[in-house]
Design a protein around this ligand. Structure first.
Ligand SMILES: Cc1cc2nc3c(=O)[nH]c(=O)nc-3n(C[C@H](O)[C@H](O)[C@H](O)COP(=O)(O)OP(=O)(O)OC[C@H]3O[C@@H](n4cnc5c(N)ncnc54)[C@H](O)[C@@H]3O)c2cc1C
Length: 382
C-alpha cells in the first residue's frame, strides 16, 4: 500500500496550520538544549558550534528540508509549513541555520540546474548537515555590480584551474564547499560567467577572516591560486551562470524566510524598546507607536506573501518590497533604542545598532533593492 501524502497547506486559516505549529513547537521544545534558550549571548565560536549542531538536530528530526521534495530527503511540504516552523524555532531562541547557503541556495539550484549525478552526490550531504556551504559571489570590484566578477576559471585537462579573490564570504572558514561564480570567457557581460561547486579543502585556497564591527568574524576574504574544480563540478551550462546567480526564483524565495527568521527578533527588540521608552518618561512615544505600526504591517505582508507562494500565485514582487521593509524597520528600531540613552540597556542597544548595519547591505543593498522595485515591480521608465 502506498503512503498517503497530504497536500501542502495553502492558507493560514487552514486548521492544519494550527496543528502543524503545535507539533513543531513540541518537537523544538523536546529537542532544543535548555541552556541555549536562556542565559548570556554565546561568543562567536560557541554560536557557530550551536548553529551547526542545530542543523544536525533538524536533519535528524526531519525538519532540515521542509520544502525539499521527498525524493531528495525533504518533507515535501510548502512555504506555510516552513514559515510556521521557523517562527516557532526563533521564538524558542533556536539558533539560525549555519547552512542557509546549502539548504536555500545550492540545494534548490542543483534541483533546477544540476545533473542527476550531481544531485546524488551533493544533496544528501547538504540535507544531513554533513557539508557546510558558503557562497562566493562578491569581489572587491564586484558587489552590487555582480556581472563584473573577475575571478577566472581556465580550462585544463579534466576540469578548471581557478585564480582570483572573493570577499565578504560568510562562514567560508568553516565551509566544506563553495558555490562559486567565476569568469569562463571574454565574451559580453552576463554571458561570460559560470557557477562551479568547489571543494574548500584543497591547496590553492586561502581563507582570511574579516573582523566585524559588532563582534566575531563571520565573513572572510577567500583567495584562489590554482584551486581545481573537475568538469563535473560545473553547475548548468558553461558561460550561462548568470541565469543561476541572477535573481532567479529560488533566490527570491529565500527572502521571505529571512524575513520570518528576523521578524520574531524584530518583535523582541521592539518589546525592549517599549521598556526603554517608558524609562524615558515616554519621550519617544510617537516613534515607538510608528515602529509598532510598521511591525504589524510587516507581519501581514509576510503572511500574505507566504500564502501567495503556497498558492503558486504571483509573489515575486511582494518579496522584493518585503526585503526592504524588514531590514529598514529593524535598523529604525535599533536607532531609536540607542537614542533613548536608556542607561541599563546601553550595551544591548550598542550591539543591536552595530549588528543591524549589515541588514541593508547583504543580499543586495537597500539602494539596489529600490532600483529593482522601480524597474521590475513598478516598471518605471529609465
Ligand atoms: C553580513 C554580510 C554578509 C555577506 N555575505 C556574503 C556572502 O556570503 N557571499 C557573497 O558573495 N557576498 C556576501 N556579502 C556581500 C554583499 O552581497 C555585498 O556587500 C553587497 O552586494 C554590496 O556590494 P559591495 O559591498 O561591493 O558595495 P558596492 O556595490 O560597492 O556599493 C557601495 C554603495 O554604492 C551603492 N550603489 C552601488 N551601485 C549602485 C547603483 N547602481 N544604484 C544605486 N546605488 C548603488 C550601494 O547601494 C552601496 O551603498 C555579504 C555582505 C554582508 C554585509
Amino acid at each position: 500500500m502506498t503512503e498517503s501524502v497530504q497536500q501542502p497547506i495553502k492558507s493560514f486559516a487552514d486548521p492544519r496550520a494550527k496543528k502543524y505549529r503545535e507539533a513543531a513547537r513540541e518537537w523544538i521544545d523536546a529537542t532544543l538544549p535548555r541552556q541555549w534558550q536562556s542565559g548570556p549571548r554565546p561568543d562567536f565560536e560557541e554560536e557557530i558550534r550551536r548553529r551547526r549542531e542545530w542543523d544536525r538536530l533538524m536533519a535528524v528530526g526531519g525538519y532540515a528540508g521542509i520544502v525539499w521534495s521527498r525524493e531528495y530527503g525533504g518533507r515535501g511540504e510548502g512555504p506555510i509549513e516552513e514559515y510556521l516552523f521557523y517562527q516557532e524555532a526563533t521564538r524558542a531562541h533556536a539558533p539560525n541555520t549555519a547552512n542557509a547557503i546549502g539548504l536555500d541556495l545550492t540545494g534548490p539550484a542543483l534541483m533546477e540546474f544540476g545533473t542527476a549525478a550531481q544531485r546524488a552526490r551533493f544533496l544528501p550531504r547538504i540535507i544531513s548537515a554533513e557539508h557546510l556551504w558558503c557562497e562566493g559571489l562578491s569581489e572587491p570590484n564586484a558587489g552590487s555590480d555582480l556581472a563584473a566578477v573577475a575571478t577566472r576559471a581556465e580550462k585544463v585537462e579534466g576540469g578548471w584551474r581557478i585564480h582570483g579573490q572573493k570577499i565578504w564570504t560568510s562562514r567560508a572558514q568553516f565551509a566544506d564547499w563553495i558555490f562559486l561564480a567565476v569568469k569562463t570567457s571574454d565574451g559580453p557581460r552576463r554571458r561570460n560567467l559560470s557557477v562551479m561547486m568547489v571543494d574548500m579543502h584543497q591547496p590553492g585556497i586561502v581563507v582570511q577572516p574579516i573582523n566585524q564591527i559588532s563582534e566575531g568574524a563571520e565573513f572572510n576574504q577567500v583567495f584562489f591560486d590554482g584551486a581545481f574544480a573537475a568538469d563535473d563540478q560545473l553547475l548548468g551550462v558553461e558561460n550561462k551562470g548568470w541565469e543561476i546567480i541572477g535573481l532567479s526564483g529560488f533566490r527570491q524565495r529565500r527572502r521571505i524566510f529571512d524575513a520570518v527568521r528576523w521578524y520574531v527578533l524584530i518583535g523582541e527588540t521592539l518589546d525592549q524598546l517599549a521598556h526603554c521608552v517608558a524609562a524615558t518618561q515616554w519621550r519617544y512615544r510617537q516613534q515607538l507607536i510608528d515602529l509598532q505600526a510598521r511591525a504589524a504591517a510587516l507581519r501581514w505582508h509576510m503572511m500574505r506573501t507566504t500564502e501567495l507562494m503556497a498558492q503558486d500565485a504571483d509573489w515575486l514582487h511582494s518579496t522584493q518590497v518585503l526585503r526592504l521593509e524588514w531590514s529598514e524597520l529593524w535598523q529604525a528600531i535599533t536607532e531609536c533604542g540607542f537614542a533613548t540613552g536608556c542607561e541599563s540597556h546601553e550595551d544591548y542597544w550598542r550591539f543591536r545598532y552595530l549588528d543591524t548595519r549589515s541588514v541593508t547591505i547583504h543580499g543586495g543593498t537597500a539602494q539596489i533593492q529600490r532600483n529593482l522595485i522601480a524597474d521590475r515591480v513598478l516598471e518605471l521608465p529609465r
